[in-house]
Design a binder for this molecule. Structure first.
Ligand code: XMP
Length: 508
């Protein structure tokens, strides 16, 4: 039986995946299509509702994205968000103009709760506003449903037509009850039955992988992290025996990582192929201290090693990658600015001739990937493993990377991870960073000149933003004492108290 579908029409907004994710969390399948989708295609999809995303344009400009007006004749419930809300208002005869005062950020919004969209909510809501245009005249037949200090029309609706618009962004966490509003739209207005779950996601991916791959073979770049492990498990379920997991140890792994991975994955129904390439990588980045250059060189070398090793395996038709949605955004594939080059997105040599690339997790956020892993029965320590960057410890060693520095960082990093884990204090990702600064200290009667080691611990659910973890002083003291006692090359331990933005989680 087909799942009910919420169709998300993309008008260029940066939060479209968050809309989809929120809809999925409300147990409704969501799919994104471009705003210029045809009416015939919409009819074929047969959605229970349509959501118009936000977007950076102004609806009153000639070349701004529009949609087929006949979408209003389909009698399908509609929700417009930000640009989407303005577009609906304009297309139905209302007016949109530039604001006297733009609104950005957390805003207090006063809502009319006597309607299906805001039913059950308090009359005052914290919402995220981000707009320079606003609706000034509503189309006839539409009711004002919310306002803020600077935005007289913050939400509107027509209960009979089941068409609604919100100027704010219900899909982001800043809008505290945003999910409730979307749930109301899905269940009160669009009569969703809540027939979608992560099991459906897995089943549809399994089906689609089988259909694509047939009886051919698939090569997965396997790092042992959550993403590639879940990807491996998903592929192993879809095409047991046809999956080759190539694990390249670039020498920048955490302490005893390779041995641990071998033990965890060797006996599974995948073809596990570990390769020690540490000398090649170290040689490549010898003397390099610029972070982007390091990332690029490691990425390029990774591609070469991958190519060499893949060629040894003979002709494998498909390539699989454990790319997840935040990787796609932050690598600039989604028209956002490039922040860091993530080496697991793109970058493989064209000489490797694959018939296609399979990325079954590319629409999911980290916590959703973990859920998929849990359902697939992966052990807890794998599913709840912290993310680890592709270039590994090389980007946690500031400046030049040497074997000695890797060894120092590996030993200090184990202590950081052991102590934070043992404490049970709240942190979603934590590790050590070896800075390139050395400082003077004293041990016994002797002067020392050791490395400064930074401890990084963050709280986050999506790894796209984070707050630094408020670890207790006791815990920080224990970490500091153990590191300075057990890792003699480190003379000073500091704690990174920066959130993201403005910092990133990794230091390079
Ligand atoms: P940043 O440093 O961009 O990190 O705030 C966000 C999350 O992504 C991880 N990270 C990477 N993951 N390849 C990856 O697969 C990479 O090149 C990479 N760089 C950063 C980082 O550990 C954090 O969880």
């Amino acid at each position: 039986m087909q799942n009910q579908i919420a169709l998300v029409l993309d008008f260029g907004g940066q939060y479209k995946e968050l809309i989809c994710r929120t809809v999925r969390e409300c147990n409704v399948l969501s799919i994104i299509k471009p705003s210029d989708i045809t009416i015939e295609e919409i009819k074929q999809i047969n959605p229970i509702c349509i959501i118009f995303t936000g977007g950076p344009n102004s609806v009153y400009l000639e070349d701004s994205p529009k949609c087929d007006r006949r979408v209003f004749d389909l009698n399908i419930p509609l929700l417009g968000i930000c640009y989407g809300a303005q577009l609906i208002a304009q297309l139905l005869g209302g007016k949109v103009e530039k604001c006297d005062t733009s609104e950005y950020g957390e805003t207090e919004c006063f809502v009319d709760t006597d309607n299906d969209l805001f039913k059950g909510l308090d009359k005052e809501q914290q919402v995220l506003m981000s707009h320079t245009d606003r609706i000034t005249i509503l189309p006839s037949g539409f009711k004002l449903l919310a306002h803020t200090k600077d935005c007289p029309i913050a939400a509107y609706g027509n209960e009979e037509k089941k068409v609604y618009g919100v100027q704010f962004h219900p899909e982001v966490e800043i809008t505290l009850n945003g999910k409730e509003i979307i749930r109301n739209f899905l269940y009160n207005i669009s009569k969703a039955s809540g027939d979608y779950s992560m099991d459906d996601y897995i089943n549809s991916q399994v089906e689609s992988i089988r259909k694509t791959v047939g009886n051919k073979r698939v090569l997965l770049g396997f790092s042992g992290g959550v993403d590639s492990s879940v990807c491996a498990a998903l592929l192993a379920k879809a095409i047991p025996g046809q999956l080759y997991c190539l694990y390249i140890d670039h020498g920048f792994m955490r302490k005893d990582e390779t041995a641990h991975l071998k033990k965890t994955f060797e006996n599974r129904s995948i073809n596990f192929i570990p390769v020690d390439a540490s000398s090649r990588f170290l040689e490549k980045i010898e003397g390099v201290s610029d972070p982007e250059t390091k990332r690029k060189l490691i990425g390029a070398e990774f591609a070469k090693v991958f190519e060499d090793e893949a060629l040894k395996l003979g002709n494998i038709e498909y390539l699989a990658q454990g790319t997840i949605y935040p990787d796609v955004v932050e690598s600039g594939k989604n028209k956002s600015a490039v922040i860091k080059s993530h080496h697991n997105v793109g970058g493989l040599p064209s000489s490797l001739r694959f018939e296609g690339v399979i990325e079954p997790l590319s629409g999911l956020f980290k916590d959703e990937v973990r859920k998929v892993g849990e359902i697939l029965g992966l052990p807890d320590e794998v599913v709840h493993r912290q993310p680890f960057p592709g270039p590994g410890l090389a980007i946690r060693i500031i400046g030049e990377v040497t074997r000695e520095k890797i060894d120092i960082l590996q030993r200090a990093d184990v202590i950081v991870r052991e102590e934070i884990k043992k404490s049970g204090e709240k942190a979603d990702q934590y590790f050590a960073v070896l800075t390139n600064s050395r400082s003077v200290g004293v041990v016994g009667d002797f002067r020392t000149y050791g490395y400064t080691l930074a401890v990084r611990a963050v709280v986050t659910s999506d790894f796209m933003t984070c707050e630094y973890a408020k670890l207790s002083y006791d815990l920080l003291s224990r970490i500091s004492q153990r590191i300075t006692n057990e890792v003699k090359e480190v003379g000073r331990v500091v704690y990174d108290i920066t959130s993201k933005p403005p910092a990133t989680i990794e230091w390079e």
